[in-house]
Write a protein that binds this ligand. Sequence first.
Ligand code: SAH
Ligand code: SF4
Ligand code: F3S
Length: 434
Amino acid sequence: MKKLYIETYGCQMNVNDTEVVFSILARHGYERTEEIAEADVIMANTCSIRDNAEQRIWGRIDYFNTFRKAKPALVVGILGCMAERLKDALLDTGKVNIVAGPDAYRSLPMLLDAVCEGHPQINVELSREETYGDISPVRIDKNGVSAFISIMRGCNNVCSYCVVPFTRGAERSRDYHTIVREACECVEAGYKEITLLGQNVDSYHFEDVDFAKLLEMVARISSTLRVRFSTSHPKDISDAVIETMAAWPNICHHIHLPVQSGNDRILEKMRRRYSREWYLERVAKIRELMPDCGITTDAIVGFCSETEEEFRDTLSIFEEVGYDAAFMFNYSERPGTLASRQYPDDIPLDVKTRRLNELIELQNRLSLESNRKDVGKVFEVLVEGPSKKDPSELCGRTGSNKMCVWADTAHKAGDYVKVRVKDCTQATMLCELA
Ligand code: SAH
Ligand code: SF4
Ligand code: F3S
């Protein structure tokens, strides 16, 4: 057996893709290692979403190459979105032996065989069909509690700032039979939580099954299986999805609903295809059917031509929704996107960063306020394992996706436990067994 080491960057879909790659290569004599120094093949599954994500990978490529001294036959491979975006430019560095895009992983055994004969290999073909539906991923997350299942690939939305449609290709949904089968396998293997993944899960459709129906099919598998999903697009999240969530007690009440901006002119320019009013109506619908639903978001500050006043609209929509948590970013121009071709990246970095800090500060307050509202309440949480800070404590999440920690020696990862919130920080609910 040869030893394969993979580092994974970017979104949860990349984590799941790495699991697919381990599965494909396990059948071809490659065994997973977590020790980079003993690897015969070192790969990075990469992300291109922002420039700094790519800069990080360049540093890692140099680092991987330091292992060639001890191992001249070492193979360095770049997978994922950066492979797809940069293609031959990665091989031209002379530091990379294999470049494989997100739809090319079935060819990895062939590429590896060919590379062993001394020639660098590249496959960045995108596909309209590939979903790796028949492949059971080798789970890399250690706790054995929570598993990712990709239900679709690619994206057809073409938001003007976003590189994903270029790196992942056209949207395609995976056959629901294979999704349900994989979820059943996870349950049999002891997993308690499944997260269904897609760039826009609400546009899932395979034959006559839409996302609401798929959610129900997965929820039906076992009442002790928690079902989560990500990411919802505000323009597509349907009443049927919200109703299905409200109807099934094992579908977690958490929706990640990236707003990106609170200003209509910017939303239009981003090509998000919803308005502030539409977004707030979706939030109202969610809250109407599930008052306890966690709502989290992503936002970009300093998008092309964003004025101070328009940025204030992002602050005000954060305040109005009262998000439980958020990921917030400076706009990063990505080559090839509509925005990069049509609009100058004209907000100075210091202005972007000042806006970002202001938004982060606001969100910190909102997260704390949201957690404070839960003090005194009892939640059922799924134990993920020992807490990071104190091994005598366990940690686990509420359905709404809030992290809880509590002193406990009686339970273990995978148990459901009732806890009462005693106190909180902005990031964590400090609890006791209820
Ligand atoms: N499919 C998801 C987003 C996936 S990318 C959706 O449509 O919501 C994750 C997040 O990265 C996005 O929500 C966005 O906030 C951020 N992002 C994407 N492109 C970006 C860019 N060019 N600059 C800064 N942030 C970006
Ligand atoms: Fe990118 Fe928009 Fe697709 Fe999300 S929906 S992946 S932001 S193009
Ligand atoms: Fe990054 Fe590709 Fe995911 S660009 S966010 S790894 S789809």
